[in-house]
Write a protein that binds this ligand. Structure first.
Ligand code: PLP
Length: 369
């Protein structure tokens, strides 16, 4: 751990927690289900290479990312595991799938023919739109089977889909999506094209143990990093317990007194109603601290929840430390166990995924065991 105040703004990423979360997921799904950690978007800003390194040591044999570019950078850093590219089969990316041994997820039946011509002997996963209305083919089952049969030089290794509303137990959408998925899987079996790997579940169906969705492989992202979004409606109890891997800190630049009536920051959107002590911390929206936290968010200073005063600026943010013993150089917590990304997201009117992914490249990363 760096000394308090060593950096202006930094995240600490715990390798131990990463391992523990991965093991907890393995424990829930059991030995027969492959856990494929999702490390897209630079592992939700935890650092894809470092995360892959730790999880490969834990035995992970698959990772999922979004783009060929993300896959290439993992390969260049020596990652040996299978890499599933979930959202990029653009023409410019295609050669990289072969050069870097990346496994494409195909979303359109035409892409199967293209892959067949381009990469004989290779595998692919086919994504079906089971009702989310985003990526994945929504072709008729017969047409899917025909397209697969028409591409004999490439191997259908996986059938994949993704849930739109798995946190919402009042919704029938998840069951409908699963039924559609099973229908396609059954047709593939009858056509003697049954893939070895079937997958649809991300964090939520794992955490709430909707085991009929696990099939052969699960794709948790959020849970790997220590988060599970709350389920809505009448839901089973959560089986998975994970803890935040990342803590986010900033140093206090200065502490001072202001008088009643004094404004704070851009636009003077905060004005003191009494004499106050304020601290200016070295984190702003250029670091990824949501601008929407202006006048409504909190950070933790000296184990005390402190309000953000006025606008969040590009590089600095002002907080109320009237009743808190804080000195220049002290560190404050933006995301930690006592104030996690879900709490920050609630205050900013966003989601925890976006709060994590928003942490910018300028924020120094420190890996701890
Ligand atoms: C991002 C993503 C995941 C991981 O979702 P989490 O909710 O973070 O577990 C899984 N599958 C697909 C297709 C994704 O895009």
């Amino acid at each position: 751990m760096p000394d308090p105040g060593q950096y202006r703004c930094w995240v600490e990423i715990s390798r131990t927690r990463l391992r523990e979360n991965y093991r907890a997921i393995k424990q829930v799904v059991g030995p027969d289900v492959i856990v494929c950690p999702v490390i897209k978007a630079d592992a939700y800003r935890h650092g894809a290479t470092a995360v892959a390194e730790v999880l490969e040591q834990e035995g992970a044999e698959w990772f999922a990312v979004s783009s060929a570019e993300e896959g290439i950078s993992l390969r260049e850093c020596g990652v040996k595991a299978r890499l599933l590219i979930m959202a990029d089969f653009l023409p410019a990316s295609r050669p990289a799938f072969i050069d870097y041994q990346l496994t494409p997820v195909l979303h359109h039946l035409n892409d199967i023919a293209i892959w067949n011509a381009l990469a004989p002997g290779s595998s692919y996963h086919l994504k079906i739109d089971s009702g989310m209305g985003r990526l994945g083919t929504n072709a008729r089952v017969e047409d899917i089977v025909t397209a697969i049969k028409a591409a004999p030089d490439v191997h259908l290794e996986g059938l994949m889909s993704h849930f739109a509303s798995s946190a919402d137990y009042d919704s029938k959408q998840t069951d409908k999506q699963l039924a559609r998925f099973q229908q396609v899987a059954t047709a593939l079996k009858e056509a003697d094209r049954f893939p070895a790997i079937l997958h649809l579940a991300s964090t939520i169906p794992v955490a709430y143990a909707r085991s009929e969705t696990w099939q052969t492989l699960v794709r948790p992202g959020h849970a790997i990093y220590g988060y599970v979004s709350p389920a809505r409606g009448e839901h089973p109890s959560r089986q998975l317990h994970v803890r935040p891997v990342l803590h986010w800190y900033a140093s206090v630049l200065t502490v001072k007194h202001i008088d009643a009536g004094d404004p704070v920051g851009y636009g003077a959107i905060f004005r003191a109603t009494k004499p106050m002590r304020i601290a200016v911390i070295s984190a702003g929206y250029a670091d990824g601290l949501p601008h929407r936290l202006g006048n409504r968010g909190h950070v933790i200073a000296n184990a005390t929840k402190c309000s953000i005063l006025g606008a969040v600026s590009m590089d600095v943010t002002t907080i109320d430390v009237t009743d808190v013993d804080v000195q220049p150089g002290d560190r404050v917590t933006l995301i930690g166990d006592e104030h996690d990304a879900q709490e920050m997201a609630r205050e900013a009117g966003t989601i925890s995924y976006a709060a994590l992914c928003g942490i910018s490249a300028r924020v120094r990363r420190v890996y701890i065991d």
